[in-house]
Design a protein around this ligand. Sequence first.
Ligand SMILES: *[C@@H]1O[C@H](CO)[C@@H](O)[C@H](O)[C@H]1NC(C)=O
Ligand SMILES: *[C@@H]1O[C@H](CO)[C@@H](O)[C@H](O)[C@H]1NC(C)=O
Ligand SMILES: *[C@@H]1O[C@H](CO)[C@@H](O)[C@H](O)[C@H]1NC(C)=O
Ligand SMILES: *[C@@H]1O[C@H](CO)[C@@H](O)[C@H](O)[C@H]1NC(C)=O
Ligand SMILES: *[C@@H]1O[C@H](CO)[C@@H](O)[C@H](O)[C@H]1NC(C)=O
Ligand SMILES: *[C@@H]1O[C@H](CO)[C@@H](O)[C@H](O)[C@H]1NC(C)=O
Ligand SMILES: *[C@@H]1O[C@H](CO)[C@@H](O)[C@H](O)[C@H]1NC(C)=O
Ligand SMILES: *[C@@H]1O[C@H](CO)[C@@H](O)[C@H](O)[C@H]1NC(C)=O
Length: 547
Amino acid sequence: MLPGAWLFWASLLLLPRPIQPCPRGCDCFTQEVFCSDEELAAIPPDIPPHATDIVFVETAFTTVGTRAFSGNPNLTKVVFLNTQLHHFGPDAFGGLPRLEDLEITGSAFSNLSADIFCNLTSLGKFTLNFNTLEALPEGLFHHMGALESLQLQGNRFQTLPGRLFQPLMRLKTLDLAQNRLAQLPKGLLRSLTSLQTLKLSNNMLSGLPEGVFGNLGRLQELFLDGNGIRELSPEVFSGLFCLQKLWLQHNAIHHLPPSVFASLGNLTFLNLQGNELRMLPAGLFAHNPGLVGLSLSHNQLETIPEGTFANLSSLVSLTLSHNAIAHLPAGVFRDLEELVKLYLGSNNLTVLHPALFQNLSRLELLSLSRNQLSTLPGGIFDTNYNLFNLALHGNPWQCDCHLAYLFTWLLQYSDHLLHIHTYCGGPAYLKGQSVLALKEEQLVCPVTRDRLGFQTPGMYDREPGDIWDLTMEERAAQRRCTYSNPEGTVVLACDEAQCRWLNVQLSPRQGSGSLAMKYNASQEWDLRSSCGSVRVTVSIEARAAGP
Ligand SMILES: *[C@@H]1O[C@H](CO)[C@@H](O)[C@H](O)[C@H]1NC(C)=O
Ligand SMILES: *[C@@H]1O[C@H](CO)[C@@H](O)[C@H](O)[C@H]1NC(C)=O
Ligand SMILES: *[C@@H]1O[C@H](CO)[C@@H](O)[C@H](O)[C@H]1NC(C)=O
Ligand SMILES: *[C@@H]1O[C@H](CO)[C@@H](O)[C@H](O)[C@H]1NC(C)=O
Ligand SMILES: *[C@@H]1O[C@H](CO)[C@@H](O)[C@H](O)[C@H]1NC(C)=O
Ligand SMILES: *[C@@H]1O[C@H](CO)[C@@H](O)[C@H](O)[C@H]1NC(C)=O
Ligand SMILES: *[C@@H]1O[C@H](CO)[C@@H](O)[C@H](O)[C@H]1NC(C)=O
Ligand SMILES: *[C@@H]1O[C@H](CO)[C@@H](O)[C@H](O)[C@H]1NC(C)=O
């Protein structure tokens, strides 16, 4: 382009907008007209003829008569937002061969007749959101074969004519969310072979007819959340080969057939939050190896079978919070190589297997909050090299020697701010203290302070015969025998199961830092346990440090 031409264009841009006739109550831009006058009592007759877009917001007129816009043949977009419209003449939008986008949102009309929209052959996007529509005539979309997007959100449909969508072979998006649909006619979606997104969220569906999605081979995203669906038939999703996202949260599903997701080889997101699932059938996700996000929170799961997630090697986020999970098999997360976020909060976990999180080397976030955990096994996070966000609050942490691993790990790796609300549930004298405010030497295991210093089961005051009534943890504690001097600063421990080693531990007196057993002193203990009796003498001799 010549420099002269540039100058010419630049000076045009600087000119004030050419004065052109614009209807009262409207603003006219180059090709757009925007009318938002509450006084506007009719569609203005003097809309600039070359307008391509016209938008009415909160206007007062109630009627769009037959061919109301025939003076504006170039209109491509007509929008009514929150207006008083409730009457349309036959062929109301006739004479607009280029109309691509028609929207009537937020008006109060409950019925439409088919002849209003009879000639909209070029319409690509049709929006009738948040009106008070209760029904639609079967022929409404008869000549709308070009339609790609149909928005019917927020009306009052209880059902729809079975052949309503028959002409819409090119439709890609259908939004029926927030209506009152209690059932879908079996063939309703049969012609929608191009459909990519279907929204049926927040209706009143209690079930889905067999085969209702059978022809939707191109569907990528299906929203069924917020209904009352109780049951899914094994084949209901069987034609959805391209489905990537399936939203089933907030329904009443209490049972899943093992093969219900088996056709969904491209599934990446699945949300089953807020249902009534008590168990997951074996192999439920075996054919969904591309899953990236899976939520099962707010169900009633009590455990997860070992192989449930075996094929989910792409899974990044797994949400199992707000269930009743009391037990997790050691290998349940074994194959989740890509897992970054794992939510296990608000369950009923009491014990975790030491290998539970093994090989989850990408794990960054782990929530264990609001369970019944009193300790975690040593080494449990040793392969979680990227873990830094760990939620632990709401557990009865037993702040004794068994918590030492977790305590050290927290100091070293975790974000301290996260743990201000993590408190000890025991022992009694530490109850309610913040775990991170403790000193490591406070994490000691209980010993009796009896003068002779021996105790075997003592801690639990039970006869040895009771051993089978005890929990596994209690039994392990019984197998140890511990002894200490009255000050608790010299601790002897043996392992009754092996009768082999004797562990002698000298620790400074808590708080003061001085040894309770005086230097150059000697003390004797008679240790009696099922290993036999042994006399132990502990002598301490202080020597000056060498040069
Ligand atoms: C409609 O657009 C065409 C070209 O796109 C133009 O020739 C014609 O003048 C326009 N009609 C009006 C009424 O502005
Ligand atoms: C709804 O039906 C009534 C009577 O059947 C009619 O007068 C009215 O124009 C219709 N409304 C629309 C928006 O078609
Ligand atoms: C549809 O449009 C054509 C030409 O634009 C017209 O002849 C016909 O009457 C219209 N159909 C209806 C039902 O108005
Ligand atoms: C995933 O979708 C593609 C088309 O987008 C299809 O060709 C392929 O078969 C699908 N994969 C599976 C496992 O169904
Ligand atoms: C799922 O994983 C199991 C066990 O790892 C394996 O035997 C099976 O072949 C996998 N299935 C698919 C569809 O990849
Ligand atoms: C948790 O487990 C305890 C004991 O096993 C049981 O009494 C309680 O009902 C469980 N809580 C939930 C929410 O399942
Ligand atoms: C972790 O990975 C190692 C090496 O790949 C493997 O030998 C081990 O069995 C895995 N552990 C678990 C619990 O999957
Ligand atoms: C302990 O005994 C050693 C010699 O056995 C002596 O050198 C040292 O002074 C004594 N220390 C105390 C505190 O009595």
